[in-house]
Ligand binder design. Sequence first.
Ligand code: ADP
Ligand code: ADP
Length: 232
Amino acid sequence: MIKIENVTKIYSNKRGDFLALDDVSMEVEKGDVYGVIGLSGAGKSTLVRCINLLERPTMGKVYIDGEEITAMKKSQLIKVRQSLGMIFQDFNLLMQRNVIDNIKFPLEIAGVDKVEAKKRALELLHLVGLEEKSHSYPAQLSGGQKQRVAIARALANSPKVLLCDEATSALDPVTTLSILNLLKSINEKMGVTIVIITHEMKVVETICNKVAVIESANIVKNGYTKDIIGHF
Ligand code: ADP
Ligand code: ADP
């Protein structure tokens, strides 16, 4: 489903070059809930942003469903990006739009007709359990509710993969668990492959079947969570 092959990422700026990923390879299979764990600054976010090319690898290749996206033209890439949903620690909701219009937004961009978009948005609202907040604005929601809206929006175009960048880091433990349970049910019921960046082993233990441990730009361990736990 996702293959990262010998990816190196060097950030270059006025202060010089910084090696954020050093010849990293990993493979995520369909149906995985794959954790990417490590300390702050290890390169987790860079690695996951190389999967949808929010960051361009300096060297190496990325494949989605067998197709090399690092070799694609912009027009081809737009389609692939629709198959990769993403959620963030700070939710990234559109503050001027209410809940239902936030969820509809990617459908509008994709050119889905109004009636269909509304139907789809209502289904997603139901999926994340926020029907009664349909007309609320993000500022009126709790953190957990905001992340539910972000998840619904990320799923709007039926992606095969959901990339989660510290999606629960801003949430309290109880809310974190409810979001992780929602992600697990999306994985199980909808067959969405999930990649989760986290700095918390608890998150990995709770829902990830596999995990990669990143330390200063390198994957130092990866495999089934049950084999990695205890060696971390
Ligand atoms: P993590 O997600 O594990 O916290 P990141 O992938 O965000 O790590 O960052 C890895 C390293 O790359 C950090 O040291 C960070 O400061 C550096 N970095 C990230 N983005 C940039 C950038 N745009 N320019 C320069 N350095 C960056
Ligand atoms: P969640 O699991 O969704 O995060 P919380 O326990 O945080 O739930 O929130 C419970 C209730 O408190 C929610 O119905 C929400 O509407 C309300 N609430 C929480 N934070 C805020 C806020 N900053 N502004 C308005 N309402 C809030």
